[in-house]
Design a protein around this ligand. Structure first.
Ligand SMILES: Nc1ncnc2c1ncn2[C@@H]1O[C@H](COP(=O)(O)OP(=O)(O)OP(=O)(O)O)[C@@H](O)[C@H]1O
Ligand SMILES: [Mg+2]
Length: 418
């Protein structure tokens, strides 16, 4: 029998352009600044009805959500109701904004922080856009910069720098509709690169500077971090599907076969392939097969990946932090599993490059998400944990939340039992 969700369970929903994935987890951390989750269940489904991260067919998207959540619920042995849902795409805009207030009392109180946030967030948002995040990056008390938590400090002037992320209301509404038609509720819409960063980047990397590059199916997302602040976001309208289309044309294969070929035989470095090596694909008629040189496939993929990574590096330069990324590039998303892609990126970008696999703050069935394609799904669950812990902290400590959770869990367990 299934146990119902309680406050301590979170679920992340990543509706990618090729794949929908769901990660259900139990909140384990004590502090929202260092959230942890225990993975309970993971579900995946092929995405229908999405093009370049925008919903184009609600029914098809709804079906993918339903399938992926059901699979994760079955594995986890719990049912969920609210989903931390990823949002991304070219419609996203980000901008830093500052607010200043005078501090009335002897020391900075939570009310002062709330006020300064309100001021910093008071930007003009057009009617067709919504604010998804207003992330506090830094506080400045009188002349002192670099403060993370100003509450309790003495000062007369409080300044906050926030990073405001907005996006299309229509895109958001369509995501909410797909989720609610599937029978669930959006707990919060979360920018996908922010979620992924929680799962794959270390605090040190964010401090010394790092570019998170998510090689997705429909798009490639770039997020630059420096001094623990998010500095720049960009979305390029090319991804794994672009490579698949090249293979369709270059090797005259149907789309599904081209995808399989790319994932089974592909590499981003033609020089690593034996020129005599071939692989077999089904021929045009039912009883036919064709032999294709693997080097030819590698050439097609290398050429496109070279182009995409060059565009990524252009974006990093445009961010103004190109020369300041001690942590280099972290590649994640499904495309980061491509053999040779790390070496290809190292050839183009002068700095360290590594593959980002979810690991931070994870426990439980970690092996089921230890692949770069789960960066967003796992990150969304961690984001959810952070929100749960923060709310619990405001209500009087995470310890209380754990006790509440335990009592609720016992009640559910007893109900299930009798
Ligand atoms: N081993 C591999 N080699 C090459 N490409 C791969 C490999 N594994 C997965 N991919 C590609 O990664 C892409 C899917 O990645 P991911 O699941 O991160 O994307 P998505 O979330 O569906 O898309 P998006 O984030 O753009 O909306 C697909 O194009 C898939 O073919
Ligand atoms: Mg994705």
């Amino acid at each position: 029998m299934q146990r119902k969700t309680s406050g301590g369970i979170v679920a992340g929903l990543d509706i990618g352009s090729t794949r929908t994935s769901v990660v259900i987890a139990d909140v384990t951390g004590e502090d929202h600044r260092n959230p942890g989750v225990k993975i309970l269940g993971v579900g995946q489904a092929r995405t229908g009805g999405i093009r370049r991260e925008l919903v184009t067919d609600i029914e098809a998207t709804t079906e993918s959500v339903r399938k992926a959540v059901k699979e994760a619920e079955l594995m986890a042995g719990v049912t969920v109701e609210a989903l931390y849902t990823g949002i991304a795409g070219e419609h996203i805009h980000a901008q830093p904004s500052n607010g200043v207030v005078a501090v009335g009392g002897e020391e900075i109180a939570p009310g002062d922080v709330e006020r300064v946030h309100e001021v910093a967030q008071a930007i003009v948002v057009p009617v067709d856009r919504e604010v998804f995040h207003a992330i506090p990056q830094e506080y400045i008390v009188d002349a002192q910069r670099g403060i993370r938590d100003p509450i309790g400090m003495a000062g007369t002037r409080l300044e906050a720098e926030v990073f405001i992320v907005t996006g299309s209301s229509t895109a958001a509404q369509n995501l909410r509709k797909s989720v609610s038609r599937a029978g669930y509720r959006v707990a919060e819409l979360v920018l996908e690169p922010i979620a992924s960063s929680l799962a794959v980047l270390s605090e040190d990397e964010k401090e010394i500077g790092v570019a998170l590059v998510e090689l997705g199916g429909g798009t490639t997302d770039v997020a630059v971090f420096h001094e623990r602040k998010i500095r720049y976001l960009a979305t390029l309208p090319w991804g794994g599907s672009t490579l698949t289309n090249d293979i369709v044309k270059g090797l005259s294969l149907p789309y599904a076969e081209a995808t399989r070929t790319k994932e089974r035989w592909g590499t981003a470095r033609a020089d690593t392939v034996d020129p005599n090596e071939t692989f077999e694909v089904p021929g045009p008629a039912a009883d036919q097969t064709r032999q294709i040189p693997r080097e030819l496939l590698a050439h097609i993929m290398e050429q496109r990946m070279d182009e995409i990574i060059n565009l990524v590096v252009d974006q990093i330069e445009r961010s103004g932090f190109g020369g300041k990324l001690g942590g280099g590039i972290v590649l994640t998303g499904g495309g980061a599993s491509m053999p040779g892609v790390i070496e290809l990126t190292e050839r183009i970008f002068a700095g360290p490059v590594r593959c980002g696999i979810p690991g931070n703050g994870l426990g439980g069935l970690v092996d089921s998400v230890r692949r770069p394609k789960f960066a967003t799904g796992a990150g969304l669950a961690i984001f959810g944990a952070r929100q749960v812990l923060e709310t619990a902290g405001e209500r009087g400590g995470a310890g209380k939340a754990s006790v509440d959770h335990m009592i609720r869990w016992m009640k559910d367990w007893l109900n299930d039992f009798f």
